[in-house]
Design a protein around this ligand. Structure first.
Ligand code: PHE
Length: 396
């Protein structure tokens, strides 16, 4: 979908099996049990527009693909799934109203979203209070699923991901001194930095300096100059792709040449479009390598490309897995009441996802390995897989 159409439709969209003319929420026909006639109503909230727009758009496309495939194959016990989408621009306050709208006006029985942890923390609170199960495809901050027993995710969490980056910096880059530059407005960034520091110092590494920035900042040179003076061998910047691209360009202009390190928040084509050659030689942890030879991944990539004419990213793969895991739970649930769907999600074991086999653990998270992606000549290149950051790389 073009971004103009997305914006026109973002207010509330019925995606699955409905075309642009259907860009309106049904205002009648839905009842409080979340089924309208033969349809099962599912909500999705995300950054369809705004500074993290590629996150929401990728996720939206993948969820629509999963819903189309499900409905074409006969739906869930003969009922079709309809996805209602709300754009929150990745702002926590908007996430609250988006989720309230999905629950109170659209009468959804489950919610998919968000990507950014700060938005999931805000929207998840509403789901938990309303007793509507929510699955975040990709929010990695620990606190998200700690909101309560209705909140799930299909990805790993930041204490794991940050320790993976610490292991990589220590064992592969042989770095002994790393600087940290945190976006203080994002729960994801703050948690990632704390977890990295803990893991890296436990391995014997030193944090050369810690600096932070705000979401609205555009000039990072003051902090970068201080970082340069501390002379680190690498700089951890666990921000989102837009900030990181701008920071990397300013860092290179100041003469900082060391590798920059990040996490899944870097995963966007815009990191390269906006960051250009400043990103070469940098590394980040991610959920999967989209060019993996795994047949499950290849099948997903082919279906996504056929529908959207471009490559999916790992956000799309996680969105696809979250939607399919929800549909699988709905098929197994005793009824389509939110509490029965919740119980079925909680008992998910070895669900064959594109991002790996998914078992929902007692904390409502998924334990999965991470991959390290290197940026080489403007391309994301698979570097290695890390399963257990407590072990040296030689034992993965
Ligand atoms: N993990 C990030 C967060 O919690 C979101 C993200 C996931 C971004 C995957 C890109 C890829 O905020």
């Amino acid at each position: 979908m073009t971004s103009l159409l997305r914006q026109l439709c973002a207010a509330s969209v019925v995606l699955a099996g409905v075309f642009i003319a259907g860009c309106k929420s049904p205002t009648s026909g839905a009842n409080s049990s979340g089924s309208s006639g033969n349809d099962i109503l599912v909500g999705e909230y995300g950054s369809i527009t705004g500074p993290q727009a590629t996150f929401g758009q990728s996720t939206q496309d993948a969820i629509a693909l999963a819903a189309d495939q499900l409905n074409q194959a006969g739906g869930i016990n003969g009922k079709k799934v309809k996805i209602f989408v709300q754009d929150d621009q990745s702002l926590p306050a908007n996430a609250v109203t988006a989720v309230q709208y999905l629950i109170n006006n659209d009468h959804v029985v489950s919610v998919l979203g968000e990507v950014a942890s700060s938005a999931s923390l805000a929207g998840g609170k509403v789901c938990q209070q309303a007793g509507i199960p929510m699955i975040s495809p990709s929010s990695t901050n620990t606190a998200v699923t700690q909101l309560g027993n209705y909140i799930f995710r299909v990805c790993f969490i930041d204490p794991f991901q940050a320790a993976v980056m610490a292991r990589f910096a220590h064992d592969s880059l042989h770095a002994t001194s790393v600087a940290i530059f945190t976006n203080n407005d994002q729960a994801y960034s703050v948690g990632f930095s704390q977890n990295f520091k803990k893991a890296f110092t436990a391995m014997g590494g030193t944090i050369a300096i810690e600096k932070s920035y705000s979401q609205s900042d555009t000039d990072y040179r003051g902090a970068l100059t201080a970082i340069q003076q501390a002379n680190p061998q690498a700089i951890l910047i666990p921000g989102y792709y837009n900030d990181v691209a701008a920071i990397a360009k300013q860092a290179r202009a100041l003469g900082i040449t060391c590798p920059l390190l990040g996490g899944d928040g870097w995963d966007s084509p815009d990191l390269i479009t906006n960051g250009g050659s400043a990103m070469n030689g940098c590394y980040f942890s991610d959920h999967m390598a989209i060019d993996s030879p795994d047949p499950n991944v290849k099948k997903f990539v082919a279906a996504f490309q056929a529908k959207y004419h471009h490559m999916p990213d790992s956000l799309a793969a996680l969105g696809y897995d979250a939607a399919n895991l929800l549909f699988d739970a709905m098929k197994r649930a005793k009824s389509l009441s939110p509490s029965d769907i919740r119980d079925a999600i909680a008992s998910t074991s070895n669900f064959p996802g594109v991002t790996g086999d998914i078992t929902i653990n007692a904390d409502r998270n998924a334990d999965k390995p991470a991959v390290i992606i290197k940026i080489d000549n403007g391309k994301f290149v698979y570097d290695m897989k890390i399963k257990n950051p407590n072990l040296p790389l030689s034992q993965q």
